[in-house]
Design a protein around this ligand. Structure first.
Ligand code: ADP
Length: 591
């Protein structure tokens, strides 16, 4: 294993223990105590057997007190592990629920701080998904912890058992030690190989998972049926599955060969150990009781070795998921500024702003200069891919400009405390979410402090023309979305709800990114005009690839290839006869 990988493994195991100690300290200490007690009891057993046999075989008569005491301790050695395993299982059931929710909460807290532009990077999204699976499907932390305890316990038992037989005769030590080695080597080799193959398969597994999701997702199932490409997706999935299975089969076959060899060596050592013990007894180097204890010790050694091997395997397996879980916490978080935001009174200024997406070879924003005055209604137009959405993200501080400045009355967005800044902004993104909540929640979730404010909600419902919708679905408290058996809305209705959500938020700046693309041009015009009427006094930025609303705007910004190529009113830009005028001519037939 490479040095860096080793350090990472030690660090992550450390994190795992740290979190378990933080989340459930009592369980951690309890499990540790149980492991140590069980380890000691298991080794004490052969010593007691030896003493009992010695006492029973004493020709001068049996010492009843010692004999009974040893029998009592032997019963304790056998009974206590059973009792402690019941207690451990009970506490684990209770604590696992609590612990897993702590792991999930940890993830949520970090996800809240991840830089938003990082979420555009497919590798980071992959890390996100893997961590989620490691926490929710695999319960990586719990498995890892119980494996660590079992490995500690089994190692303790193996080492002490070798010492016990060594106490009877040093000649018994080599056989006992040699018997341990092959099994451990085989387990480590096989697990290392499994982990390597699993790691190299990460890409293809992700693709398989993606394809599988398509078989179950409402939208893709509908499209698949109507377009008839289900078989094609199945073929892709089967190919990927066959490839992963083949690689795994190869690994398992090699592991099988190695473990057959290991079984032969292990049993040969076991037989040799018994033969040596028998020989020593016949030579009167060890007593009959000690011979009996040796048999018991060898049996313990065999079973503990098996357990140790299995647990090392499980450990390697669960470490893989622990690694995926903690890798997520290495994703870069947003750096928060130190200054409290003061609501802008004059203007927003963008100077020579550049922005490039992670992994992209060209700038999505290529030296944008723009002024937006307080109270102005700005419409940003431009063909697809011209940089409008990126501009809205940089403008609202969601993405940090690669170079250049974005200032609100001279306050650089990068220096501001994000919470205070976001408080003043309402953004309705292109890819807004259809929340499977009630209609009321879908609208008022954008400003929790007004959640119970019926008047405010009514106002928004009126403006957005969703009164009829409210009546037709049976009220504001009706669950939306089919996934939970609620009412489904059309694309256009969902868009109206998303704009209503943006409007409900008490903010000075509101940004709509193509929020009406599912509506026809006239309906879009109607809604946006009403929207502009309602937000008098607020500053608004509407992003659209349709120019219908531009006549009502105070300023039109035309984007092309990541730059602002024109800026002015409808009349000014029409007269200029440039890009805007060209787009207007093309779309005039719609209005
Ligand atoms: P518009 O909103 O005008 O359609 P965008 O701002 O979405 O344009 O995109 C501007 C440019 O950035 C386009 O060339 C687009 O391909 C690229 N782009 C957008 N999103 C990403 C992303 N997540 N990763 C890489 N490039 C992107």
């Amino acid at each position: 294993m490479e040095q860096r990988q080793k350090f990472k493994m030690i660090r992550y195991i450390g994190y795992c223990f740290r979190d378990i100690l933080r989340f459930t300290p009592l369980m951690f200490l309890g499990k540790l105590a149980v492991s140590l007690v069980e380890g000691v009891l298991a080794v004490w057993q052969p010593i007691l057997i030896a003493d009992i046999c010695e006492l029973a075989a004493d020709l001068n008569g049996i010492n009843r007190i010692d004999f009974n005491r040893n029998i009592f301790f032997l019963c304790l050695c056998i009974g206590l592990p059973a009792l402690s395993s019941i207690i451990t299982r009970g506490t684990t059931i209770y604590n696992d629920c609590k612990k897993e929710s702590c792991y999930g909460w940890n993830m949520f807290e970090h996800a809240q701080k991840v830089r938003l532009e990082a979420l555009e990077d497919s590798q980071i999204l992959d890390t996100f998904q893997k961590a989620d699976a490691a926490y929710s499907d695999e319960m990586a932390g719990s498995k890892m912890l119980s494996n660590v305890f079992m490995i500690t316990e089994a190692t303790l038992i193996c080492i002490s058992t070798v010492f016990v037989v060594g106490r009877f005769s040093v000649w018994l030590i080599p056989g006992a030690v040699v018997g341990c080695i092959p099994h451990l080597v085989v387990t480590l080799l096989s697990e290392k190989r499994r982990a390597t193959v699993y790691r190299t398969q990460s890409g293809i597994r992700r693709r398989m998972q993606y394809l599988w999701v398509q078989f179950c997702k409402k939208e893709s199932v509908k499209e698949m049926r109507s377009m008839g490409f289900g078989r094609y997706l199945k073929k892709l999935w089967v190919e990927a599955n066959v490839k992963t299975m083949r690689d795994m089969q190869e690994v398992e076959l090699r592991a099988l060969k190695l473990s057959s060899l290991d079984a032969i060596i292990k049993n040969a050592c076991y037989a040799a150990n018994i033969a040596i013990a028998l020989f020593l007894m016949l030579q009167e180097k060890i007593a009959v009781g000690q011979f009996a204890a040796c048999l018991s010790a060898f049996a313990i050694l065999q079973s503990e070795l098996m357990r140790l091997g299995n647990k090392i395997g499980d450990f390697a397996n669960s470490y893989h998921f622990v690694e995926e879980y903690y890798d997520f916490f290495q994703t870069e978080t947003e750096t928060d500024g130190e200054k409290e935001y003061q609501p802008f009174e004059k203007e927003i200024q963008l100077r020579d702003v550049h922005f490039r997406y992670c992994g992209s070879e060209k700038d999505a924003l290529n030296g944008v200069n723009l002024n937006i005055n307080k109270g102005e209604h700005v419409v940003i137009v431009g063909v697809n891919g011209s940089g409008k959405t990126t501009l809205s993200k940089v403008l609202t501080g969601s993405y940090r400009a690669s170079s250049g400045t974005v200032c609100y009355d001279g306050q650089n967005v990068d220096d501001l405390r994000k919470n205070s800044f976001y408080r003043d902004i309402s953004l309705v993104p292109q890819d807004f979410v259809h929340y499977n909540f009630t209609l009321r929640e879908n609208i008022s979730i954008s400003d929790l402090k007004y959640m119970g404010d019926e008047k405010r909600l009514e106002n928004v419902v009126d403006t957005m023309d969703i009164k009829e919708l409210v009546q037709s679905i049976g009220g504001l408290d009706i669950q939306l979305g089919r996934e939970f058996g609620g009412r489904e809305l059309s694309g256009g209705e969902w868009q109206k709800v998303a704009i209503a959500r943006g409007l409900f938020r008490d903010s000075k700046l509101i940004i709509l990114d193509e929020p009406t693309s599912a509506l026809d041009p006239l309906m879009e015009y109607d809604i946006l005009t009403k929207f502009l009427g309602l937000i008098q006094g607020k500053t608004s930025v509407i992003i659209s690839h349709r120019v219908g609303i531009c006549r009502s705007a105070d300023k039109i910004v035309v984007m092309k290839e990541g730059r602002v190529v024109e800026c002015g009113t409808h009349e000014q830009l029409q007269q200029a006869g440039g890009e805007y005028s060209r787009i207007w001519q093309e779309q005039a037939k719609w209005y």
